[in-house]
Design a protein around this ligand. Structure first.
Ligand code: BES
Ligand code: ZN
Ligand code: ZN
Length: 499
């Protein structure tokens, strides 16, 4: 998709349609809406007067008109953005995505967008461009017929009076972020026979080359040598070899405060059958997305490599398939993790924490002083928070507050749940140091977090449970159903704030 920016001449833009945001209950009284009303021979005012369009978030109205003079566009699409006071910059991605999907469906290939929001031009154009790109992602890559072939091929972002350099910079950022989100979404959508740990490592290597990152892939033999008995216990029932994927971004010159080094650590269970604690058949297919934490690390590292912040970041991804066979781990097995702690496995379906145990310990050994892990870790977080908020837990309130603030800034919801010694007590094992589950039906999401905490030594640490937010079961006006690419924007913000 070709995306360009203009700072004047909105109605003369080189596009088939003009798109303008409209606030809730707005009348055609502002100068810009008056101009559009004039252009359409009074149809905008008419639409508002008849209450056909109220500017509610997601409302759309398409008006055809006869272009005058040097104009190319012959359509005006109005998109509601809700109350003006609640309309914030991240909503521009929703707006541009809604417009893209609406026009694409009708065979329109180009549009110019006036988001009608104040804010710096770099950020506004970034969200506008990102929405254009993420809204065109579809799940149909394996269809041989009936693929959605309609594409919007050109977007023009209009910001009155913006500097050309700011538009260019914002559009480039939006493209990198949007493509990185789609990269993550494509991985999450891949069928598990195609995306096994070896394939995930291959894709990480190819991505690293494109984004200027270093990539190292640890084999099972290397993990064994380092004593990673926890992650290795998960891979025992599959024929697919496990991989620990390590991505490194090193800036030309670091400005990291206090020499901090951030690690992003992801759970990548390419398919989770539950192992010997087998999951029920119906719905098991959803577990192809159980590598979303790792895919999120890969997408974020891609954006970091291309946008080049001045702080180092390391990405660690534990990639493994959880299958049951004669060699698989049993409930009652005891294994030893890289940090020497012994774990009684009481449920082989609580495997994500076993993967992360060694992955976070490895990240800290590599010098990480701040660790953010992400995982589709528990069904319980879906019950607690649904699809609108990612669960956040950790040992450092400052880091968690920063992540929540980054989410506010980028339009992503994070909600903190508690951890503490009273919860940690619940995972004490009778025969080993800890067990991998807590009491049935109690604080399932927190039990996952306090387990991972046992493998953090001195680092500041936050855990993101994205089980409810990484996948959306229904289509939205601005987004296909399926993988969402959640947390990438917030994590990038976290990295850029630490420069
Ligand atoms: N990958 C699942 C978490 C999950 C479950 C995500 C359902 C989305 C929907 C994870 O490995 C798992 O199975 N967790 C168990 C933990 C339990 C055995 C303590 C769960 O949440 O049921
Ligand atoms: Zn599981
Ligand atoms: Zn899992």
């Amino acid at each position: 998709m070709k995306i360009t920016g203009i700072s004047s001449g909105f109605s003369e833009a080189n596009a088939e349609a003009l798109v303008a945001a409209v606030y809730k209950d707005e009348k055609a009284s502002s100068a810009d809406l008056k101009a559009l009303d004039k252009l359409t021979g009074g149809l905008v005012a008419d639409l508002f007067a008849n209450e056909d369009f109220k500017g509610k978030s997601g409302d759309t109205a398409l008006i055809r008109f006869t272009p005058k003079g040097g104009m190319k566009a012959s359509r005006l699409l109005l998109v509601g953005v809700g109350e003006k006071k609640d309309y914030k910059v991240p909503a521009v991605a929703t707006l541009s995505g809604t417009a893209t999907r609406f026009l694409r469906k009708r065979g329109i290939k180009s549009f110019a967008l006036d988001a009608r929001i104040s804010g710096d031009a770099v950020t506004v154009s970034q969200y506008a461009a990102q929405g254009m790109i993420t809204s065109q992602f579809e799940l149909d890559k394996y269809k041989t017929k009936d693929r959605s072939t309609n594409q919007v091929t050109a977007g023009v972002i209009y910001i009155s009076g913006a500097k050309p350099a700011d538009l260019k910079n914002g559009i480039n950022r939006g493209r990198v972020i949007g493509d990185s989100m789609n990269f993550t979404r494509d991985l999450a959508n891949e069928p598990p026979n195609i995306l096994h740990p070896t394939e995930m490592a291959k894709r990480a290597q190819a991505m690293a080359k494109e984004a200027g990152l270093k990539c190292e892939v640890l084999t099972e033999a290397q993990m064994e040598k380092m004593g990673m008995g926890s992650i290795l216990s998960v891979t025992k029932g599959t024929t697919q070899p496990a991989k620990m994927i390590v991505l490194r971004y090193t800036p030309a010159k670091s400005t990291a405060k206090n020499n901090e080094m951030l690690a992003l650590v992801g759970k990548a269970v390419t398919f989770d059958t539950g192992g010997i604690s087998l999951k029920p058949g119906p719905g098991m297919e959803a577990m192809k997305y159980d590598m979303s934490g790792g895919a999120t690390v890969m997408g974020t590292m891609r954006a970091i490599g291309l946008l080049k912040p001045s702080v180092p970041v390391i990405g660690v991804i534990g990639a493994v398939e959880n299958m049951p066979d004669g060699g698989a781990s049993r409930p009652a097995d005891v294994v030893t993790a890289m940090n020497g702690k012994t774990i009684e496995i009481l449920n082989t379906d609580a495997e994500g924490r076993l993967v992360l145990a060694d992955a976070v310990a490895y990240a800290e050994k590599q010098g990480a002083t701040r660790i953010v892990d992400m995982a589709t870790l528990t069904g319980a977080v879906i019950i607690a928070l649904g699809g609108y908020n990612t669960g956040v837990m950790g040992n450092d309130q400052g880091l968690m507050d920063e992540i929540i603030a980054c989410g506010k800034q980028t339009g992503e919801g994070f909600w903190q749940l508690p951890v503490g010694p009273e919860y940690s007590k619940d995972i004490k094992s009778d025969i080993a140091d800890i067990k991998n589950i807590g009491p049935a039906g109690k604080a399932g999401t927190i039990m996952g977090a306090v387990f991972i905490q046992e493998f953090i030594d001195k680092a500041k640490w936050a855990h993101l449970d994205i089980a409810g937010t990484a996948w959306n079961d229904s289509v939205r006006p601005f987004q296909a159903k399926g993988p969402t690419g959640v947390a990438i924007r917030s994590l990038l913000e976290l990295v850029e704030r630490s420069q």
